[in-house]
Write a protein that binds this ligand. Sequence first.
Ligand code: FAD
Ligand code: NAP
Length: 340
Amino acid sequence: MPLYLPHFNLQDYNTLASPVFAHCFVSVHNEDELRDALLYAKKENLPLLILGGGSNIVLRDDFPGLVIHIQLFGKQIERDHADCVYVKAAAGENWQDLVEFCLDYHCWGLENLSLIPGTVGAAPIQNIGAYGVELKDVFSELTAINIQSGLPVTFTLDGCQFGYRDSIFKGALKDQYVITSVTLKLNKHPSVQTRYPALQQELAVYSADDITPQLISDCVCDIRRRKLPDPHDIPNVGSFFKNPLVSIAHLQRIQQTFADVVFYPVDDTQVKLPAGWLIERAGWKGVSEEGVAVHAHQALVLINPNRLRGDVVLQLADKIVASVQKTFGVELEQEPRVYP
Ligand code: FAD
Ligand code: NAP
């Protein structure tokens, strides 16, 4: 039976370092312990928080339920074919460890997703993405346990309904499954994705022949280390908002006042606006309020240097949302999930 710890401080378990307490906390190291914890929560009628690395959650206040910390480990090459390799990793594995494991095995596809914090099990929740690659591009299947029945289920690519920083686990199947493992289908032949300008600039000093997946990974890590605050030093949850999609007509209205608005075409009717640009132009870059701040180098990142509770961070987030709405008529959607 796993160890149930009452009144547990979660400050070291969320990258915003918010000092809130869980009514009860349990680490699960195998599926039997996970089932035990799910039964315990059901019996005691406790709300659940399934916790990975805590890098995409905002803990607003004390959590009045059971936090299940996913500590399922193990990763292996499942199948090695002529063109592709299937790699399976348990949900508690660190994402970057998996990226390095795959690079060492010379199977490619994860290089643009280097250095994203958190666990393997959380990666499908928001279909993690960076530098033009998303989890869905390399996803094969995942296993999960149904929270109500305790039964195992396998989800294929179609079943996950991946979208932009989105999946069925944030929508129709929200809070219904605990992901226990993820299997990726990786390429044996390198096919590098270099369309993001920041990556292109970083690669400009290399000749085309030198651009390998390992180099892409190294460059992505270098850019991220320079640009993003390390949560260990300056608590944060990465991008606080998703990049909004707006119609072409809306873009044209914004261009009447902001001719230099940055945008990326999505399809014939919509464009993506970088939320960081909107926040910066609305005047929030570097602004500090009540001890939390908008990062001075990347306006999409809110930082919590004083390690305050999530409610203070959310107050600043709300002001930014209202300001961007007023300035551009665009509704920003928050990326990290708020508890309770
Ligand atoms: P947690 O924060 O622990 O959980 C996030 C959500 O997933 C919660 O709702 C939780 O209940 C649920 N969950 C976690 N594990 C499971 C499971 N096994 N089964 C079911 N539900 C589960 N994200 C990107 O997409 N791209 C980036 O480039 C990126 N960069 C980042 C940079 C920084 C500096 C930081 C701090 C964050 C960044 N993120 C990025 C956000 C974050 O790293 C990812 O969303 C990551 O996948 C979260 O993993 P986690 O284990 O920390 O999840
Ligand atoms: P960036 O390179 O400065 O670009 C700013 C924004 O423009 C990004 O959000 C990106 O959208 C978009 N963009 C840039 N080039 C694009 C292109 N060629 N086509 C389509 N969209 C383009 O961004 P950054 O903040 O340094 O982040 C780099 C990458 O890491 C991004 O992909 C970002 O999503 C990811 N990241 C995510 C988090 C998180 O917490 N979710 C945190 C840090 C970094 P997209 O965001 O849609 O890619």
